[in-house]
Design a protein around this ligand. Structure first.
Ligand SMILES: Nc1ncnc2c1ncn2[C@@H]1O[C@H](COP(=O)(O)OP(=O)(O)OP(=O)(O)O)[C@@H](O)[C@H]1O
Length: 267
């Protein structure tokens, strides 16, 4: 089986040649098969967002290769990659157009990767499809198609953004701490929804989280990034029954350092 995503020896430094030079990604190798739902955890500055930015194309890598479905996208422009890569950010204000209605936002998302370009016009058939898709969120948004997105709560917006990123099935879904700005209840419901959508739609997904329990609970695989390298990579079976303390011990064993970063939510 061809992997959906292959990262080969990715390196990235910032501010090269200055006193602030920082080698952030130091040889990241990762292979994701279709349908893999991988949680990514690591302390502040470990390089998690930089890695997602490199995959999405917002940042170019210094060396290494990024292969998506057999195509080398290492030098491809962000816009071209966006046709195949869905992304949800931490900030609920990103990813949706605030002043537009729910159905207009979905219409824009629906046009992704299609030749006909952007259009805010919604046909009856599309409206029915949007209602069906919105019903999956279980938030009653299917009855509020004309509502301005700016009036939705953070959790509702993240749920909508998730739907917008997947309504045209992406080859890869990138979730960059997409529940970190939400209150615990909203965060839990968006994570539950994420899991449902990833499994129902068989989406290949990389999800960054700061919460170790969530990293263990969700997905079929967990990777831990430390100082720009993957130091832990465990599968579903190895994750079964794993406690936060076990993960910390594993981290210590593999990295030779103890996990003192209090930015990681331990439980
Ligand atoms: N555009 C940039 N220019 C210079 N330095 C950068 C840039 N982007 C990221 N960095 C630096 O790279 C390092 C890794 O940042 P990154 O955001 O990838 O970490 P992270 O693991 O996502 O951390 P956090 O959990 O705190 O968001 C940090 O030291 C950051 O300051």
């Amino acid at each position: 089986m061809t992997p959906t995503l292959t990262l080969k020896n990715i390196h990235k430094s910032f501010e090269v040649g200055t006193v602030n030079e920082h080698h952030v990604l130091r040889g990241v190798n990762l292979m994701l098969n279709e349908g893999d739902f991988v949680t990514v955890i690591g302390g502040n500055g470990a390089g998690k967002s930089t890695l997602l930015n490199c995959i999405a194309g917002n940042i170019s890598v210094d060396s290494g290769e990024i292969i998506l479905d057999d195509i080398d996208i290492t030098s491809q422009k962000t816009e071209k990659r966006a046709a195949h890569i869905g992304r949800v950010f931490q900030d609920p204000r990103m990813g949706t157009a605030t002043r537009l209605s729910i159905e207009e936002n979905l219409s824009i998302a629906y046009a992704r990767g299609k030749k006909r370009g952007l259009s805010l016009g919604v046909t009856d058939a599309q409206r029915e499809e949007f209602k069906k898709q919105l019903a999956r969120l279980d938030l009653g948004l299917e009855d509020r198609l004309k509502k301005e997105v700016g009036l939705l709560s953070g959790g509702q917006r993240q749920a909508l953004t998730l739907l917008m990123s997947t309504i045209v099935k992406p080859k890869l879904l990138l979730l960059d701490e997409h529940t970190a700005a939400l209150d615990p209840k909203a965060s839990h419901s968006v994570l539950t929804l994420t899991e449902k959508m990833v499994y129902e739609d068989h989406l290949t997904t990389l999800m960054i989280t700061h919460n170790m329990e969530d990293a263990i609970k969700y997905g079929n695989r967990l990777v831990m990034l430390h100082e720009g390298k993957i130091v832990v990579d465990i599968n579903r079976k190895q994750k079964e029954g794993l406690k936060v303390q076990d993960l910390m011990d594993l981290f210590q064993k593999n990295s030779g350092q103890s996990l003192t970063d209090d930015a990681l939510i331990l439980s």
